[in-house]
Design a protein around this ligand. Sequence first.
Ligand code: SF4
Ligand code: SF4
Length: 327
Amino acid sequence: MTKCRFRTADVSKCVHCHICQKNCVFLAKYGIDIGDTDRLNELAYHCFLCGRCSEVCPVGIDGRQVVMDMRRVQVKQDDGVFVNKKYKRTISEKEDYQYRNYKHITEKSILFPGCNFPSVYPKTTKKLAELLQEAAGIGIIYECCGKPIADIGMKEKEGKIVQGIEERLLTANVTEVITLCPNCYEYLKKNISIEVVNIYEKLRELELGDKISGGELLFRPCPDREKKEWLSDIEYFMESSCSLIENIQCCGLGGNGGVLEPELAKGFAVELKDISGIIYTYCGSCSGNLTRNGCKQVRHVLPEILGTHEKPDTIKSLINRMKTKYL
Ligand code: SF4
Ligand code: SF4
């Protein structure tokens, strides 16, 4: 069967071919397909929201969306009791982002590093902020895009977060948001009216950054797997193309699936950790989480392009993030 170009959350179309199950460690663990909705609904918070099932379904069922819809309904049904218990820390930090800092906002363009990149790459974040300020008067804001709350299924809170971000940016006359994280990019692009670009196209436009050798393995973050928008901009900075890692579905951090499936989440890194040579990534969450779980050869492309060669700081990541409030 070939892949379907159209996407639907209508699970009644499921023909139980088991292709999603064969491509997902979570579905395989429980022996279910996306079309097994009763069981999937019970296990909705075990999913990594990676979207692999949506990519491979021959009849176009968007499994990721099916799970998202289930989570939203559950939050509504129990008034958020379950998620407030299980994801307390994430919710208390991100529903009204604790480390928000708009002191360095500028008109027109701003750098939006998100919450994870500055947590694991504080030196590179600082260097990049200085470079963009010097080259083009571009400021920086420290903010969470709202995706972690959206992924939990808290639709109402998600709406308030994006509305708040948009209002603050429009009030400051921001017309372009430069993202470092493919998750922020994908999420903000869908949810705010301001133009959202990725850092690699901006660096190229401003003629900043060095070429790196490339020619190694490359682990792509979930949001860029299908469209490969970031990948094509990153390839400009590589002397030779990398081989793509296709068989690992997620870094383990996606969709908060790791909270209820810690072993599956660690397993993704375990499969990569004995590979020799560098594994490049372009997502701070992926590089941090894979490193934390033993895959020490992971390198984010941005510190390499900017010459900091910083390795992910997985020990002080929370402290680094807290500090952004006072920068
Ligand atoms: S791949 Fe699609 S059709 Fe096949 S079992 Fe999964 S959801 Fe059903
Ligand atoms: S989104 Fe990913 S983890 Fe969730 S069911 Fe689909 S393939 Fe499995």
